[in-house]
Design a binder for this molecule. Structure first.
Ligand code: UT7
Length: 331
């Protein structure tokens, strides 16, 4: 058995910014409301109709290969976490692999909403720990703007587009993924889902007219569960591994709402300077949030740093992972 370590990280966000002031002109809201209730100032949106989710992911994976100095043909496994696949099928992972020339990779998608990247990282780590695969790419990528109703002020203020990717490799050093705890509860479906477009309610003229192909979210129940779930599972991973707050270098929390992140950090006894945060610039990119954080904070990370990754999302799905970072600073 090996340890599975992140050996490189990269990200991509579209150029176009959608600010709170832009949203003020689109729905009945204010910059002040959005900022105080969520911590978000702006998000990125892909405006080119010819670009799909896989195109963002391709940019991230290309940069990842450049940073690690490998050819895409060396990738032997690629998992993509997303709720906005290019198509219902085939898997977006396959499309990404084809576009970048990862011809020796097999792969599939994981659909666990905002927890998708963490679940995918845990899955890839198992394959790498056994020694079966040596270069597994884990992508978290969502083009949320394609499934958001920009007339619904309760959802359009939160979400944005973005992609991140990590490379996972085997090592015999005491670094990498140490432990994880994952949960899911399908009873949460009613509070956060897309009503039409699946086998429960296939697409029809009627479903389109009723705007049922957009994200439906009941904010309050999701908020309450997220605060409880993310804080609780983060405390659990600490207790199970006898980690004290001073042992943890960074909390890497899903970026859905600054208030949820603050509650999680408080439960873990962590000061603000140990919390990775970029929600103010990107909003909630669903499966993209965690790898985008790692990408932006990479230059501040040191080999051996204890990171706790923590998330909550639609499903409901939630979880936490303890990992020891594998290298110093930027690649
Ligand atoms: O990542 C996936 C998981 N998702 C989440 O974790 C999201 C969890 N939920 C949340 O982050 C929050 O519930 C929201 C940001 C979505 C909403 O914030 P809230 O503090 O829970 O607001 P609320 O839904 O309780 O609404 C409070 C008030 C309502 O008005 P009344 O009934 O008090 O008069 C809403 O109609 O705010 C109103 N409101 C708005 N006002 C201005 C709702 N959305 C807006 C808006 N601008 N955009």
């Amino acid at each position: 058995m090996y340890n599975a370590v992140i050996s490189a990280v990269a990200g991509y966000v579209p150029e176009t910014k959608l600010t709170n002031f832009d949203l003020e002109k689109m729905v009945e809201t204010t910059n002040e409301w959005i900022l105080t209730r969520t911590g978000i100032q702006e998000r990125r949106i892909e405006t080119d109709p010819n670009k799909a989710n896989s195109d963002m992911a391709v940019e991230a994976v290309k940069l990842l290969c450049e940073k690690r100095g490998i050819n895409p043909s060396e990738i032997d496994m690629l998992i993509c976490a997303t709720v906005t696949p290019d198509h219902v099928f085939p898997a977006t992972a396959n499309i990404i692999a084809a576009k970048i020339g990862a011809k020796n990779a097999w792969g599939y998608d994981i659909e666990a909403a905002c927890s998708g990247f963490l679940f995918a990282l845990g899955t890839a780590a198992q394959f790498v720990q056994t020694g079966r695969y040596k270069k597994a790419v884990v992508v978290g990528s969502d083009m949320m703007s394609r499934i958001i109703d920009y007339t619904d002020r309760t959802t359009c203020i939160i979400f944005g587009d973005g992609a991140g990717a990590v490379l996972v490799e085997p090592t015999t050093e005491d670094i990498g993924v140490k432990d994880f705890i994952f949960y899911s509860d399908g009873n949460g479906c009613k509070h956060l889902h897309m009503k039409a477009g699946g086998s429960a309610l296939p697409t029809s003229v009627d479903t389109v007219q009723q705007r049922l192909h957009y994200v439906y979210q009941e904010g309050q129940p999701v908020f309450k569960q997220a605060v409880y779930g993310m804080a609780e599972v983060s405390a659990q991973i600490m207790e199970r591994n006898q980690l004290k707050s001073e042992d943890i270098a960074w909390l890497v929390p899903h970026q859905a709402n600054k208030r949820i992140i603050d509650a999680t950090a408080q439960r873990m006894g962590l000061p603000p300077e140990k919390i990775m945060m970029n929600i103010e610039r990107y909003g909630n990119t669903t499966a993209g949030t965690l790898p985008l954080l790692l990408w932006e904070y990479e230059h501040r990370l040191k080999k051996g740093d204890n990171l706790v990754l923590s998330t909550f999302g639609g499903g409901f799905t939630w979880g936490a992972m303890w990992l020891k970072w594998g290298y110093d600073g930027d690649k």
